[in-house]
Ligand binder design. Structure first.
Ligand SMILES: CC(C)(COP(=O)(O)OP(=O)(O)OC[C@H]1O[C@@H](n2cnc3c(N)ncnc32)[C@H](O)[C@@H]1OP(=O)(O)O)[C@@H](O)C(=O)NCCC(=O)NCCS
Length: 238
């Protein structure tokens, strides 16, 4: 199945029952589709007000993307911005851009990183995933992220990155960030819920950008570089 056909199916609420990228690329007709309660489609300019509201519901003010930034993402890379729709309402979004190399990320902050976008960049950078608070913890974030990984994999992309923050208020203040990034539960999952969200989809930790994000108190917060190798089987890789 082509990435376009996958997206057309998702816009009708049809998703692969199982997905293995190598198999799907080698044998595009092998995908068996099943119906889900939600739909995924590219974000459109008409969604802007809902996307701005989602930003305000999901992030503290200094971390929110502005309406102008969201609008630019939709113009510059329209198929890289996907929304999840439940009962005809947009309840989540995943934003992305294309970049040429991972090393360039370390010279940027959250405010400047979108300058790296290149239409034909070989690597997809996930910029944010937002699920409306009253729709969280129902698997939608997981499924939106998983769909994006399948979709870009079928586009021919092998490598996906994100620069994530750690969730505020969880790291013990006496613990260094380096130690916190190794801190796992007895199942081998990272303690940090945002990093665990990526880990559950097969991502590895690939570095730290010390001054990536600005928080409420004008304090710089590190960005954690997350890497997905789409040709490796998704599992708890961090
Ligand atoms: C992170 C987020 C997208 C998850 O979406 P969701 O639909 O609630 O998540 P799901 O139900 O699919 O999956 C749950 C997993 O997401 C993560 N998660 C859930 N709520 C979270 C939260 N408030 N903050 C961070 N991570 C969260 C956890 O890893 C969780 O796994 P667990 O149940 O094993 O702890 C959503 O909570 C959100 O929009 N948070 C605010 C924005 C944000 O922090 N985005 C982070 C990535 S850029």
């Amino acid at each position: 199945m082509s990435c376009e056909a996958l997206l057309t199916a998702a816009a009708q609420g049809l998703f692969p029952l199982e997905f293995d990228l190598n198999t799907a690329r080698a044998n595009p007709k092998s995908l068996v589709m099943s119906v889900r309660a939600y739909k995924i489609r590219p974000a459109q300019p008409a969604d802007l007000a809902e996307l701005v509201a989602l930003e305000q519901q999901c992030w503290l003010k200094p971390l929110q993307a502005s309406a102008e930034t969201i609008q630019r993402r939709l113009q510059v890379n329209p198929t890289g911005q996907l929304v999840v729709v439940l009962d005809d309402a947009v309840v989540g979004v995943i934003y992305s851009q294309r970049i040429n190399d991972v090393d360039g990320l370390s010279h940027h902050t959250m405010a400047s990183v979108e300058a790296l976008h290149q239409d034909n960049g070989a690597i997809v950078q996930l910029l944010a995933v937002n699920i409306k608070p009253d729709s969280q913890q129902r698997g939608l974030g997981d499924e939106l992220l998983e769909f994006m990984l399948q979709y870009v994999g079928l586009m021919g992309v092998n490598s996906v990155v994100a620069v994530s923050l750690v969730k505020a208020g969880i790291k013990p203040s006496a613990m260094t960030l380096t130690d916190y990034l190794q801190y796992k539960d007895d199942r081998g999952f990272l303690i940090d819920p945002i990093l665990r969200f990526h880990q559950a989809h097969g991502a590895s930790l690939a570095g730290v950008i010390t001054d990536y994000r600005l928080t409420v108190n004008n304090e710089q917060r590190a960005g954690i570089i997350i890497h997905y190798d789409l040709l490796k089987t998704p599992s708890s890789a961090c």
